[in-house]
Ligand binder design. Structure first.
Ligand code: ATP
Ligand code: MG
Length: 397
């Protein structure tokens, strides 16, 4: 079978998110993100319409383009297409060309006419195009379950013809909603939360608390690998690695064992807020889920949250663990997340952490050591890495 060499890709975006000024920002950001995602693939040209983007392929390998577009948030669907003159003979010839190169036995034509001045209606176009295919091939029409669908679109300046609608990643273009500081551990939850944040159009930077020498280089490598896997949704990700050991040791020397986790998490939140402010992030995000562990009861969350003023978004707050695992398999972080290397929490975990911590006790424990200096020190010693997704070295903004 001969391959069809399409010359364009038509990119469609969701209607929900495309109103007023937001729509302009949405489309501009989406175009920019697509441009950067595909930058190294070849000499592509772009055209913007009010409800579409067109990519002119210029002989670029379409498989690579398709694979990358599937990870761009803000795209509802896209199709390989031919851009044609608005001439029925040209349209019929191209539809026949597609039909002749297919292995399908049945087909159906779907026409959409946004240019209402065009001299034929959608029904007439459907019929004319189908007639040519019926006369010149062995294909039969099947209106219910066609094996080959041919889409014809009559726009103002051109016609487009395409044979497959490929699902996009949906969501909003990354960056359109600003930036968050994402707390990334080596676990299952936080990479999934990172993915969901980006899907809402939020660009993320990651913060990771490392407890060297109690945690290994492998534990850190695992976190960086997870960052690399999710980096494909925004091109690259900054990971801030915060040395957390001194704070943890101070907590364990000064705080009742049952309150160690509560204090540790308040310190994490403070560090995340400090780095968020430094890096122009508007909010924080984590992989916390209500009730999953002692530090994620509503009482714990409320006492821990009281340490900061910045909003903390928890995309997984209401998810079941099984739902989180399903998503982590889908985004391919699961296999890395379940590698056995310990992160800082698991090593310093006390046997009986309090599930209903009291704020006054927490505040008393925090008077027993100079945590502000330790926080300032940890922020000063933070190391920032730039993680790029696989073969694409482009940062999206
Ligand atoms: P995960 O599966 O993501 O590790 P978890 O269920 O193990 O989450 P916790 O260890 O209590 O839960 O952590 C809750 C959240 O706190 C994590 O999802 C992550 O956002 C953040 N977090 C925990 N440990 C770290 C760490 N070492 N560095 C950065 N963030 C962390
Ligand atoms: Mg964890």
């Amino acid at each position: 079978m001969q391959q069809i060499k399409y010359d364009h890709i038509v990119v469609r975006f969701g209607e929900l998110s495309t109103k007023g000024k937001n729509k302009k920002d949405f489309v501009n950001r989406l175009l920019e993100n697509i441009r950067l995602t595909l930058k190294d693939l070849g000499n592509l040209n772009y055209e913007k319409a009010h409800d579409r983007l067109y990519i002119y392929l210029n002989d670029t390998d379409e498989e690579m383009v398709i694979a990358r577009l599937k990870n761009v948030f803000g795209i509802s669907s896209f199709s390989l297409a031919f851009k044609l003159e608005k001439d029925m003979d040209v349209i019929k010839a191209e539809a026949l060309n597609i039909a002749q190169k297919t292995q399908a036995n049945t087909f159906k034509i779907f026409t959409k006419r946004s240019d209402k001045t065009f001299h034929k209606t959608s029904d007439e176009i459907n019929r004319d195009v189908a007639t040519v295919i019926l006369r010149n091939t062995n294909l039969k029409v099947d209106v219910k379950n066609p094996e080959l669908k041919i889409y014809v679109e009559i726009r103002v300046h051109h016609a487009y013809i395409m044979s497959e609608i490929i699902k996009g990643a949906n969501g909003y273009p990354v960056g359109v909603a600003g930036k968050a500081m994402m707390m990334l551990s080596g676990g299952i939850d936080s990479p999934v939360a990172a993915y969901l944040m980006m899907k809402r159009g939020v660009k993320i930077e990651c913060i990771h608390f490392a407890s060297s020498p109690y945690t290994s280089q492998q534990a850190l490598d695992k976190v960086l690998k997870l960052a690399e896997i999710v980096a494909k949704y925004q091109g690259s990700i900054k990971v801030h690695i915060v040395p957390f050991t001194n704070l943890q040791l101070a907590i364990y020397q000064n705080v009742h064992e049952s309150y160690c986790i509560t204090l540790m998490r308040r310190m994490m939140y403070r560090l995340a807020q400090g780095l968020a402010l430094k890096n122009k992030c508007l909010i924080l995000a984590s992989g916390e889920s209500i009730g999953q562990v002692a530090s994620q009861t509503l009482e714990s969350m409320s006492v821990i949250n009281a340490a900061i003023t910045m909003p903390m978004v928890r995309p997984l707050a209401t998810f079941d663990k099984t739902e989180i695992i399903d998503l982590s398999k889908k985004i391919e972080t699961y296999e890395t997340s379940i590698l056995p290397f310990e992160d800082c929490c698991t090593i310093f975990t006390p046997k009986n952490p309090v599930t209903k911590p009291k704020l006054d006790r927490v505040e008393y424990f925090e008077t027993r050591f100079d945590y502000q200096s330790l926080i300032a020190e940890a922020i000063a010693q933070t190391e920032t890495r730039y993680i790029h997704c696989g073969n694409n070295e482009n940062e999206l903004f």
